[in-house]
Design a protein around this ligand. Structure first.
Ligand code: SF4
Ligand code: SF4
Length: 107
């Protein structure tokens, strides 16, 4: 390869690296934004029959069934607000809502 060809290859690699870096930064920013959102999961206990579907479908293992066979929130900080628990509950006993800014405590 000629010196000119090598320079062009180098420039192309640098440009690729810059694009990749920019994408990485954007991805980080998006993740940070998503992490700032907090969600709240409420159960209507009277309607719940303890089937465990909500905890089985939760992709983040936020929900777990306790020894009494009731769903409970074991890792609230992991909730991504996907609402799978709400959608899948056959008895409409789960509700997911986004917390308001002032309810979110940044510790
Ligand atoms: S899916 Fe609904 S009924 Fe079943 S355990 Fe969860 S909240 Fe209760
Ligand atoms: S909203 Fe999604 S992540 Fe949060 S508890 Fe329900 S299923 Fe799990």
């Amino acid at each position: 390869m000629t010196a000119k060809g090598q320079t062009k290859t180098k420039q192309a690699k640098t440009a690729k690296g810059k694009v990749a870096k920019k994408a990485e930064v954007k991805d980080k920013q998006a993740k940070t934004k998503a992490q700032k959102k907090r969600f709240e999961v409420d159960f209507y206990r009277d309607w719940c029959k303890g089937c465990g579907i909500c905890s089985a479908f939760c992709p983040e293992e936020v929900l777990a069934m306790n020894e009494k066979g009731e769903p409970e929130i074991s890792k609230p900080e992991r909730c991504i607000g996907c609402a799978w628990c709400e959608i899948r509950c056959p008895d409409f006993a789960v509700r997911v809502k986004e917390k308001k800014e002032e309810e979110v405590c940044e510790a």
